[in-house]
Design a protein around this ligand. Structure first.
Ligand SMILES: Cc1cc2nc3c(=O)[nH]c(=O)nc-3n(C[C@H](O)[C@H](O)[C@H](O)COP(=O)(O)OP(=O)(O)OC[C@H]3O[C@@H](n4cnc5c(N)ncnc54)[C@H](O)[C@@H]3O)c2cc1C
Length: 540
């Protein structure tokens, strides 16, 4: 009967951090289970390969949500990483921590130890910034974060100039003193190769004798003795295997799969579990609730000047840039798609930015459904401006459909279900048009292709948003951290309420979404959790 001190389910952004930190002292025996396979895949390592992993079921769970009224009855496509590194192996690599008030807000919701001053050391501990460390940035952590300036498309400067013409400031570090203003994104990339959590944290720990990593190991249920979690059952190559943990079982399976595994194991809303004939271990109504996501609207422009489309559409451009990348790891293939961006206040009277903007100097509107061919962009010069409200108030939920651990859960995003969220999306869209009309951008824009100049009235603008807005891939909150043993799922030490020996460590514990992208805060959660877990297991 294989027994470990800790079993971690999921080798994603947070799970890889845990695997490294919990095995570092050599005293604890750690088992890491990952449903996906290894990450030796050129499209994972080459940043532009993002377009190739986006619809690849070998490395991606490829979820579809239920039809959602907020987005005109459409289903949304939700990619999630299913490979060592999890979603950090297939994401767009933008590095944003969030606003200090996000974490102070988590603390105010009853989570001592999660305020900004508490979590900042963990952000710093995780990071090596290529500009070096200082009071805010990390200088010697495992996760390399790079400024991409030397290879960025020149239109990024045009975008930033347009922002300043609209009265916004220029920001040289969105993770510095303030996130507000227009600037360039930093990416989780090192030497032209993606810096996933697996590369940053797992690779350096793989040789440790006390860390066992199992791939293609799909956790199917948590094993209990009464109300204590004692192990995991998983399926690997057609075999059901049980492994036991003397200290903690830790779920780091992400915002969809952590609540799914809890529900499958009998921890969830009693009514749901009874309906599906799943024996109830603990009635936990909050499991799968509080689902939050960032939604974004893209405006597409035809450009008078060359964009990345001109470089990457022709066959000779692909050859040239492919050769350049192979020889130097430089050029457009070494970059993410969202090169510049901004944080702005979309209306007067706000205390801080409520809107994130993205600028992408490439477009791929002619792609057939199911393809995102970044290496085969539109045959005309085009670029995208995008707006994403940062702190949505709409809340969705997810639930398993059956007791089958291989059946995807039903995901109900409930997008745009509050007046606040509708208003902010409209404000974001209005700002994009205002930005496009600023002299620097107006000079290079030939035409607005989507939604198009005929879409003008508030009714038409909202219809367009409902028809075209899409996820920015940040679902979170489905196992919310908080003090209420009924509505919240874990306490501030990430222990599942009502159950011994079980923790959750991933973006599902976020009480609220952070202001920006979610990979950096997921890694921070892994870092902080590792200290909490080691503190609570000092004698072992
Ligand atoms: C397409 C895309 C683009 C994105 N772009 C950005 C970006 O530019 N910047 C940014 O900051 N964030 C971005 N994100 C979001 C960010 O990557 C995620 O929020 C973050 O990686 C989530 O970390 P996690 O640890 O919660 O889960 P994940 O990293 O998703 O890890 C969960 C892991 O658990 C495994 N797992 C699940 N179920 C089981 C099971 N039953 N048994 C065993 N293993 C299991 C999964 O296979 C996966 O490896 C993007 C995400 C996607 C999908």
């Amino acid at each position: 009967m294989p027994t470990y001190d800790f079993i971690i389910v999921g080798a994603g952004s947070a799970g890889c951090v845990l695997a490294n930190r919990l095995s570092a002292n050599g005293r604890h025996k750690v088992l890491l289970l990952e449903a996906g396979g290894h990450d030796l895949n050129v499209w994972i390592w080459m940043p532009i390969g993002y377009g190739k992993t986006f619809y690849n079921s070998h490395v991606n769970w490829m979820y579809q949500t239920e039809p959602d009224a907020g987005t005109g009855g459409r289903r949304s496509y939700w990619p999630r990483g299913k490979v060592l590194g999890g979603s950090s192996a297939i994401n767009a690599m933008v590095y944003i921590r969030g606003h200090s008030s996000d974490f102070d807000g988590w603390e105010r919701l009853g989570n001592p130890g999660w305020g900004w001053q508490d979590v900042l050391p963990y952000f710093k501990r995780s990071e090596t910034n290529d500009l070096g460390g200082d009071a805010l940035r990390g200088g010697d952590g495992p996760l390399h974060v790079s400024t991409m300036e030397r290879d960025l498309h020149p239109l990024c400067d045009t975008f930033i100039q347009a922002g300043t013409q609209r009265g916004q400031s220029r920001n040289t570090d969105f993770n510095g003193q303030t996130n507000e203003g227009f600037g360039l994104y930093q990416n989780t990339v090192r030497d032209g190769l993606r810096m996933s959590a697996a590369r940053a944290y797992l690779r350096p720990a793989r040789k440790r004798k006390n860390l066992q990593v199992e791939t293609h190991a799909h956790a199917t249920r948590i094993l209990f003795e009464g109300k204590k979690a004692v192990g995991i059952e998983y399926e690997q190559h057609g075999k059901r295997i049980q492994a036991f943990a003397s200290n903690d079982v830790i779920l780091s399976a992400g915002a969809i799969n952590s609540p799914q595994l809890l529900q499958l194991s009998g921890i969830g809303p009693a009514s749901l579990l009874s309906k599906l004939d799943i024996p109830i271990v603990h009635d936990a109504p909050g499991v799968g609730q509080n689902l939050q996501d960032h939604l974004c609207i893209d405006y597409l422009y035809r450009s008078r000047v060359p964009t990345l489309n001109n470089q990457l559409h022709p066959w000779w451009g692909k050859l040239l840039h492919g050769l350049r990348y192979v020889l130097t790891r430089r050029g457009p293939l070494s970059l993410g798609v969202n090169q510049a961006g901004a944080f702005i206040r979309s209306r007067d009277g706000l205390e801080k930015a409520n809107m994130q903007l993205f600028f992408s100097p490439v477009s791929y509107t002619k792609a057939p459904p199911g393809k995102r061919p970044l290496m085969n962009p539109d045959p005309f010069p085009g670029f995208l401006l995008s707006a994403q409200p940062t702190r949505p108030t709409s809340r969705g939920h997810l639930e398993i459909r059956s007791s089958d651990p291989f059946e995807a859960p039903a995901i109900h995003p409930n997008y745009l279900s509050t007046g606040h969220d509708v208003d902010e999306m409209m404000e974001g869209a209005a700002f994009l048009r205002k930005l496009a009309a600023a002299p620097a951008l107006a000079e290079v824009i030939e035409a607005e292709l989507a939604p198009g100049p005929h879409v003008l009235s508030p009714e038409d603008l909202l219809t367009d948003i409902r028809q075209r807005a899409g996820t920015v891939f940040h679902p979170a909150g489905t196992c919310r951290m908080g003090p209420d043993a009924g509505a919240d799922v874990v306490d501030h030490r990430l222990r599942v309420h009502g159950i011994d020996g079980l923790r959750i460590v991933d973006v599902s514990i976020f009480p609220t979404l952070t202001t920006g992208n979610t990979n950096a805060p997921a890694i921070m959660v892994g870092e902080k959790a590792s200290d909490l877990i080691l503190e609570d297991n000092q004698g072992t």
